[in-house]
Design a protein around this ligand. Structure first.
Ligand SMILES: Cc1cc2nc3c(=O)[nH]c(=O)nc-3n(C[C@H](O)[C@H](O)[C@H](O)COP(=O)(O)OP(=O)(O)OC[C@H]3O[C@@H](n4cnc5c(N)ncnc54)[C@H](O)[C@@H]3O)c2cc1C
Length: 584
């Protein structure tokens, strides 16, 4: 079946929702999601959304700008960062007016708390910049934006899985999707398509990310010739529950929690004397793993403690209820009475689909634009986070750049209402037909798979290998071995066995498609990591431990070719803050 919309948005997380709300002003808008819309990963965001409101103490967008640049290890594009930090206050007030129930100060203002890497006066001390709704901030914003979209007539299509993206002659014409409940394949033909498909933390064994964060659309676009930017930069969050990876928000340290090692030392005092436990995530992760490697884990084991016992019980109850429940449910621990065993967990993709500041997808290092295709949110790389994202800057990124992309789409749709687009609709639907057929063949061939391999085993091996050789510490030898393993696993997927041969709600089929995308993305991450022979932000090479601004102050673009991946580079946009040593 073919559906026709002016705008088709893939993803109902915060980036997709915010863009939909804006684009709904011109033409009709469809939002497609492989989940029920409000179950997107954005809903799980806990700790906060950053803006220099200055409600609790003096703060300025300029300080936020500086912190984000420094946090990014100077790889973030400063034009984009300035826009994000400058627009943050407006964005928060707008969310408040839409109905987001932010936590409040006693005077009734939006409350703010400390978060890693956010400082006052260019790094002199931590500042309270994260606005929050207890530790359910994502939940509060997703539900509010979902309601607003409903009011504007945005049409939602839940549980549709994008199989392919229709691109012909440098123009996007829509997508091919699988209706999960029936197994039917549909064409969504559109004038403009926005990809807001989120992250891909599931390529690692220990992750805070939802099961659906598998990077499908990045992999599809990469296969279609769009480069992927800065894929070597994947953030680990310092505090995942030990053995599970479930996130304990940085807000826990923002409310006074500290990290202690097996000797009972507050070790971050040694690594970041000024802001200690509130240092950026890349630094805290390396510090934790160094403590563990040097035998100072708890009882010599591979975890450390996050200690909240000194934080007032009232604060924990009111501001951290969600993580308290997690600790009780999964670990049998009451965080106000016992320290929480934690370990770094794969959390956030800094890299992704290259875009300009209005979300237009870029095809090369010269900035050539792919017509009719936009991207925003975690899957996009605009790049505001550079080599390392600061906590509470991702939610901000989704609403600021989601809105900007929505505005640009609205303008584009509004500009050519007359005949031109009608013609494009017909052309688009025509281009989609061969891809629809190809998707059908792909699904049929997966359903027929009768080999020896179980896909769950291949997935587990991939996640284990990525965790061992491509997480917080990396080196060339292990990365090379990893790439070999990934290629070997790719071969093995040709010999999988699918138990479920039916078409309706076949989750095994979805798993098989996702696994192919995860393997594809992992190869790009590992290959980009080999190429970058320096250490910067979340990418730490033990064999090249220094940052090298002379050779590597540039963005990586990875292109798919028939043989090896081709790498090209583009300069970082530096407008205001020159690279300096990163001391906290
Ligand atoms: C546990 C956790 C806590 C976090 N806490 C914070 C925080 O406090 N502050 C902060 O700033 N950031 C936080 N982050 C990061 C932040 O929440 C995310 O980066 C952000 O919400 C991503 O939003 P998004 O709209 O880009 O994507 P998502 O919310 O991940 O949405 C992706 C959408 O794409 C759809 N999709 C994907 N693939 C397909 C496909 N093949 N077909 C159809 N649909 C598809 C999904 O169904 C989904 O609707 C947290 C992240 C996690 C994991």
């Amino acid at each position: 079946m073919t559906h026709q919309f002016d705008t088709v948005i893939i993803g109902s997380g915060l980036a997709g929702l915010r863009a939909a709300l804006e684009a709904a002003g011109a033409g009709n808008v469809a939002v497609l999601s492989k989940l029920y819309p409000t179950r997107s990963h954005s809903t799980t965001a806990q700790g906060g959304i950053g803006a220099a409101l200055g409600n609790e103490e003096p703060d300025k967008p300029e300080w936020h700008f500086y912190d984000t640049v420094k946090g990014s290890d100077f790889l973030g594009d400063q034009d984009a960062i300035e826009i994000m930090c400058g627009d943050a206050i407006r964005a928060i007030i707008e969310l408040e007016h839409m109905g987001v129930p932010f936590s409040r100060t006693p005077e009734g203002r939006i409350a703010q708390r400390y978060f890693g890497g956010h400082t006052k006066d260019f790094g002199t001390a931590p500042v309270r910049r994260a606005c929050y709704s207890a530790d359910r901030t994502g939940h509060a914003i997703v539900f509010t934006l979902y309601e607003q979209c409903q009011l504007k007539g945005v049409k939602f299509f839940p549980e549709l899985f994008v199989l392919d993206i229709v691109i012909e002659n440098n123009r996007c014409h829509g997508v091919i999707v699988l209706e999960i409940s029936t197994g039917e394949i549909h064409i969504f033909s559109s004038k403009v398509t926005l990809i807001a498909s989120g992250g891909y933390g599931r390529v690692f064994k220990t992750t805070s990310n939802a099961y659906v964060s598998t990077g499908d659309c990045l992999s599809i676009l990469y296969n279609r010739g769009i480069p992927l930017e800065d894929m070597e930069f994947f953030q680990f969050h310092p505090t995942g529950l030990y053995g599970l990876g479930i996130l304990i928000t940085e807000g826990a340290r923002g409310e006074g929690g500290i990290l202690i090692n097996g000797k009972g030392d507050r070790f971050m005092e040694r690594y970041a004397p000024t802001i200690k436990d509130l240092a950026p995530r890349d630094m805290v992760c390396r510090a934790i793993l160094t403590e563990i490697r040097e035998g100072r884990g708890i009882d010599g084991k591979d975890y450390i403690y996050l200690d909240l016992r000194h934080v007032p019980k009232k604060t924990i109850k009111e501001r951290l209820p969600e993580i308290t429940t997690f600790c009780k449910t999964y670990m049998g621990i009451d965080p106000s009475e016992q320290p929480i065993p934690v370990i770094p967990t794969a959390h956030y993709a800094m890299g992704g689909i290259p875009t300009d500041i209005d979300g237009r997808v870029l095809m090369d290092e010269k900035g050539s634009v792919m017509q009719g295709l936009y991207s925003a949110g975690e899957c996009a790389c605009v790049s505001v986070h550079g080599a390392n994202r600061l906590g509470c800057n991702s939610l901000l990124d989704t609403v600021v750049f989601g809105r900007k992309a929505g505005r640009a789409i609205k303008e584009e749709i509004g500009r050519d209402t007359a005949g031109k687009n009608k013609k494009e609709d017909i052309v688009g639907a025509r281009h989609a037909v061969p891809l629809l057929e190809r998707s059908k063949i792909m699904i049929d061939s997966i359903l027929k798979c009768n080999g020896k391999e179980r896909l769950a085993n291949i997935r587990t091996e991939l996640q284990d290998r990525m965790m061992e050789h491509c997480s917080v510490f990396r080196d060339e030898k292990n990365l090379k071995g990893l790439i070999e393993s990934i290629r070997n696993l790719k071969e093995r997927t040709k010999d999988i066995y699918l138990k479920d041969k039916t078409r309706k709600f076949n989750t095994e089929l979805i798993d098989a498609i996702e696994l192919n995308h995860m393997l594809n993305i992992s190869e790009v991450i590992a290959s980009s990591a080999i190429e970058r022979k320096e250490s910067r932000g979340a990418h730490y090479r033990e064999d090249c431990p220094e940052r090298d601004d002379t050779s590597w102050l540039k963005h990586t673009l990875a292109f798919k070719t028939d043989k090896e991946i081709e790498f090209r580079y583009k300069p970082v946009n530096i407008t205001r803050f020159k690279p300096e040593e990163r001391i906290y």
